[in-house]
Design a binder for this molecule. Structure first.
Ligand code: AMP
Length: 287
């Protein structure tokens, strides 16, 4: 496995591998890897000749006052995990490589970027879409792998990739969870033991909500949002809810009435435990 720090070298390697007829799978990450990331790398390993993992904490997707400075980093540990999972290259640029001083261009995926996370983190998805397009142009993958854990991110990137004809196949991988049900996240390392125990309740609340919809016991989104709010306030009182949303899985439009609705339903939430902001979701089809 090789570590590549320069944009130009990474592009040359990808060009060379493409010329040799090799397929390239790409996994963009911000590092501090866990089993969720590894599941993406392993899937990429199974489906491609060459696997590139990028590790880059992208400053433009953090808002003022967010955790950019204290975002957890451990490159040596990440290196070992990437090697074990079968990566061929780690692309590990610094800010100077990724953003030259006269950087003027950014990518806005309109409408869907403004909903859910976008309301609480305005501008976040401009940073995400821009850096992912840059990374696509650097790693030149055939397929790129993303986690359903970040459901809105998947929709934004898929739309960006289609609208701008990147030719990259966006592959979505299921959310990997702790045994408790807590969705794995690099930010879980911020939680103390009580917060961690309570945050495991989020996935239970989502599962129960899904059952209420599929069994016909909940008829509209108001009942679901009330149910989840109550569940969290009793089972996870340290949590402070930012939003709970019941939407479709394309435009993120609200799904308000379930009677007669058939199609995908995405229930998403963001809850803060102290200063740590956790997101989770459940996606299912109602026939
Ligand atoms: P991050 O390093 O948090 O930017 O995440 C890099 C990629 O890993 C993104 O596509 C995430 O959606 C994905 N990811 C993060 N956590 C998980 C998880 N628990 N299960 C599956 N994928 C994940």
């Amino acid at each position: 496995m090789k570590v590549i720090k320069e944009v130009k070298s990474m592009q040359e390697i990808s060009d060379y591998q493409r010329c040799r007829g090799k397929s390239i799978g790409f996994v963009p990450t911000m590092g501090y890897l866990h089993s969720g990331h590894l599941s993406l790398i392993e899937r990429a390993r199974n489906e491609n000749d060459i696997v590139i993992v990028s590790i880059y904490v992208n400053p433009t997707q953090f808002l003022q006052g967010e955790d950019l400075e204290k975002y957890p980093r451990d490159f040596e540990r990440d290196y070992i995990m990437c090697e074990k999972s079968g990566a061929d290259y780690i692309f590990y640029p610094d800010d100077g490589q990724m953003y030259t001083r006269d950087h003027h261009t950014s990518v806005l995926v309109s409408t869907i970027s403004d909903k859910l996370e976008g309301k609480y983190r305005p501008g976040h998805f401009i940073g995400v879409a821009t850096v992912v397009l840059k990374l696509f142009n650097i790693a030149k993958p055939h397929k790129a792998y993303f986690g359903q854990k970040d459901a809105q991110q998947v929709l934004v990137i898929r739309r960006m990739s289609e609208d701008l004809n990147t030719g990259v196949d966006v592959v979505v991988c299921e959310t990997i969870r702790e045994e408790s049900g807590l969705a794995m996240s690099s930010r879980n390392s911020y939680l103390d033991s009580r917060q961690k125990a309570e945050s495991a309740e989020l996935s239970d609340a989502l599962k129960e909500a899904k059952n209420l919809i599929l069994s016909g016991k909940a008829r509209n989104s108001r009942e679901i949002i009330e149910y989840i709010s109550r569940y969290i306030s009793t089972q996870a009182p340290l949590g402070s809810i930012q939003y709970i949303a019941v939407t479709d899985n394309k435009e993120l439009d609200d799904v308000t009435e379930f009677t007669g609705y058939s199609g995908e339903i995405l229930i998403s939430l963001a809850v803060k435990f102290g200063n740590t902001r956790l997101i989770d979701n459940i996606l299912f089809t109602k026939n």
